[in-house]
Ligand binder design. Structure first.
Ligand code: GRF
Length: 252
């Protein structure tokens, strides 16, 4: 079994905790890393996934974990509304499925507080955002700093935000793709764990391009999660170094 190392956060020069923010994050991340290490060793590492829709990325991660026999437990899937299709897959797999209905909360803060409580109750070592269509508050993001990851359907920093496929076609780019990144307070701005590119083909429309990108997403998101679980990710400034090094960019 691969030992889990601390998920270290350092500044760009590699100096751990050289400013207050990094210091706080490093201290916090070491606490996370300790728990991750213990849970990994006893085979009880907990992944909690947040979804809003069909949940195909969540499904890809669960299926890869089953195929490769990762020592993890998917302790819960949480959707922000009861119609999220991915909840059905979770139930079929015997993964506890929860709804924290955003419409029942008057403010983002109140919704995020309820969400946070649920995630903590599930003992999450890693929180995976998989098509979760809510903007998270800074307090929520700080609480899960270093163990909160997201997939975005574009080659960041290009096309942050919504409607990425339409915008990529409008911009006339030759390549498009997907990025997995740690979540920070800036929307789609956190350190990038890995990316995959796909070609934009003659005659593409937003749907055909989205389908090609989604296939790439299903390949890279499970890889990124596994790297996290294996303790191979080190955040340096706004970059993620993989140890031992291996390509973090896939041309598909
Ligand atoms: C994916 O394209 C993901 O990149 C984006 O939302 C979509 C979710 O798809 N954030 P799914 O629910 O995982 O099928």
């Amino acid at each position: 079994m691969t030992p889990v190392h601390a998920i270290e956060i350092t500044d760009a020069k590699g100096t751990s905790g050289s400013c207050r923010k990094l210091g706080r994050a490093t201290e916090y991340v070491h606490k996370i890393a300790f728990r991750v290490a213990i849970n990994y060793i006893v085979g009880m590492l907990s992944i909690v996934t947040l979804i809003s829709g069909r949940g195909s990325n969540f499904e890809a991660i669960v299926k890869t974990a089953q195929k490769e026999q990762w020592p993890v437990k998917f302790t819960g899937v949480i959707a922000n509304h009861s119609k999220a299709k991915g909840l059905d897959f979770a139930r079929l797999q015997g993964i506890p499925a929860f709804v924290v209905e955003h419409k029942e909360h008057a403010t983002r803060e109140s919704f995020d507080a309820a969400l946070s409580l649920q995630i903590d109750a599930l003992g999450a070592d890693l929180v995976v955002l998989a098509g979760f269509m809510r903007i998270l508050t800074p307090g929520f993001i700080r609480h899960f700093e270093g163990r909160l990851i997201n997939i975005h359907p574009a080659l960041l920093p290009a096309f942050p935000g919504l409607h990425t496929h339409e915008r990529a076609l409008e911009a006339g780019v030759q390549e498009h793709g997907a990025s997995v990144h740690f979540v920070t307070e800036g929307v789609d701005e956190g350190p990038i764990i890995c990316q995959a590119s796909v070609p934009v083909l003659e005659g593409d429309d937003p749907d055909t391009l989205a389908a090609r990108v989604l296939t790439a997403e299903h390949q890279i998101y499970p890889r990124a999660v596994k790297w996290f679980l294996d303790g191979r990710l080190r955040i340096e400034g706004n970059q993620v170094k993989l140890q031992p090094p291996e390509s973090q960019f896939f041309k598909l």
